[in-house]
Design a protein around this ligand. Structure first.
Ligand SMILES: [Zn+2]
Length: 475
């Protein structure tokens, strides 16, 4: 037999299969039309009436069609006579078929699949479910993904009603909560970071047609988020059916430490990578180290720059991991220090304002040595003033290499840490700071990780890994 004939035979076979499926789908459609007919006593007149009728019945149609496709594609699994026991490898014969209805974004889908049971190992299995990629519980992965998209934007109660209104399906806020924490569990910075290739692509988009390499800024900062202690999980003693007592735990504002890499494209910021967690500074340093060691930052293709306030722990990590990076002390934090000195020394006066302006200008011109000398010569009139002057001197001396603002500006570097501050806002505050919301630390970190993934453009990738994790645990 020639090759051409073989292909022709395959084609005929495929054609026949498709015809069979088409026929089955038509049958489903007919069934749906029967339902439609019974509901349509009088044909609706307006478009809203028509769409409402179709909307209410659409899940029956789309779910039903999916059911037919599943049955057609997995006929082999449905008719499977035997399987090897996953534990002892003994041969198991198919028992009765068991029905199960799962919920998907296209509606409920009923599955009919054979059950296998090993008497020796006392373990049962459904190979059909594995072949189809069905997960435990009613809500399937497409639904879980939609839920995560929604709850990373709005509070759980709002998400519940929005989900119901927009999809016509129900998913309780408790269930949404569980799904979110399962997906967000154990995510690391590398799980939510874009790949090196993706980062290179973003860099290339900014550097196109430019003479100089683009500035890649690393900002590091903390944001306070409202948390509750783990002890709040313990059931409260007391009789049931009585009014809930006031919570015995006290909420606490904890520091969510975050880092953000972003590119400067003129006035525009091109986001690259954010990672925020309620964590210690060592953990943040560890995350930064993972980014470095994974080779995510192509240091030879950008001019790396770190802009932060004066916090010592930040510079420690930066110095250790990116010693070549240009370091910038946030202009506004710096000005605040000078304002404190001026207020203590000159009081609220025109002189105070003039002194701050003159001093900032000197710093701008790179004359930090002059500023330090001037502070040294100031005759403090009070203990408060002496203290403010000494603090300011230490601060500027510590950061003397980071305040040459004119030079930095000419190089196209940012002078302020606005980039990380806005990241604090759109990742942490927008979702976590809600009236009455106090988060368990672990849950707040799951939410933060998912929101980082969303802004980093990696939420789909996080979902693929979640799916792989589920598969692994079910094996
Ligand atoms: Zn067995």
């Amino acid at each position: 037999m020639g090759a051409a004939e073989v292909i022709a035979f395959e084609e005929v076979r495929a054609r026949k299969q498709w015809d069979t499926l088409r026929h089955q789908l038509h049958e489903r459609f007919d069934q749906w039309l029967d339902t439609l007919e019974t509901q349509w006593h009088e044909p609706p007149a307006t478009l809203p009436e028509m769409t409402a009728t179709v909307w209410n019945l659409r899940q029956q149609l789309t779910g039903g069609i999916t059911e037919a496709i599943v049955a057609h594609v997995h006929r082999g699994e449905h008719d499977r006579p035997q399987v090897n026991c996953p534990r002892c490898d003994g041969v198991l014969r198919a028992q009765e078929c068991v029905c199960r209805t799962v919920e998907t974004m296209v509606g409920p889908v009923q599955l009919e699949r054979p059950y296998f049971y090993c008497r020796r190992c006392r373990v049962g299995c459904y190979p059909f479910d594995e072949a189809l990629g069905v997960v435990a519980g009613c809500k399937q992965l497409d639904m879980q993904q939609a839920v995560v998209h929604l709850v990373t934007e709005v509070p759980y109660d709002t998400a519940q009603s929005l989900f119901g209104n927009l999809t016509g399906m129900t998913c309780g806020s408790e269930r949404m909560h569980t799904v979110t924490n399962q997906v967000g569990e154990k995510l690391t910075v590398l799980d939510v970071a874009p790949s090196r290739e993706e980062i290179l692509r973003r860099i290339a988009s900014v550097s196109a047609g430019r003479f100089r390499r683009p500035v890649l800024v690393l900002g590091i900062d903390g944001a306070y988020v409202p948390t509750r202690p783990d002890s709040a999980r313990e059931p409260q003693e007391g009789r049931r059916h009585t009014r809930a007592k006031r919570a015995r735990w006290r909420g606490q504002w904890r520091d969510a430490k975050g880092l953000r890499f972003y590119l400067l494209d003129g006035e525009r910021i091109v986001h690259v990578l954010s990672w925020h967690q309620v964590q210690s500074d060592e953990q943040l340093g560890e995350a930064l180290k993972q980014i470095k060691e994974a080779g995510l930052i192509p240091e030879d293709q950008v001019r790396l720059c770190v802009v932060c306030d004066g916090a010592e722990w930040i510079w420690k990590h930066v110095q250790a991991l990116f010693p070549q990076a240009r370091q910038v002390l946030d202009y506004y934090h710096c000005a605040q220090y000078l304002h404190r000195v001026a207020k203590a020394h000159y009081g609220a006066s025109v002189q105070a304002v003039e002194w701050v302006e003159a001093t900032m200008t000197r710093l701008y011109l790179g004359k930090v040595g002059l500023v330090l000398g001037g502070l040294r010569r100031m005759q403090a009139q009070s203990d408060e003033a002496a203290k403010a002057i000494a603090n300011c001197w230490d601060y500027l001396d510590e950061h003397r290499g980071r305040t040459h603002y004119r030079h930095l500006r000419r190089g196209g570097y940012p002078l302020g840490s606005g980039g990380i501050e806005s990241s604090n806002k759109f990742i942490c505050h927008v979702r976590l700071k809600r009236s009455g919301a106090w988060w368990y630390e672990s849950n707040s970190n799951h939410m933060l990780a998912l929101r980082c993934a969303k802004y980093n453009g990696t939420l789909d990738q996080v979902f693929v890994r979640y799916q792989q994790r589920l598969r692994k645990t079910s094996e």
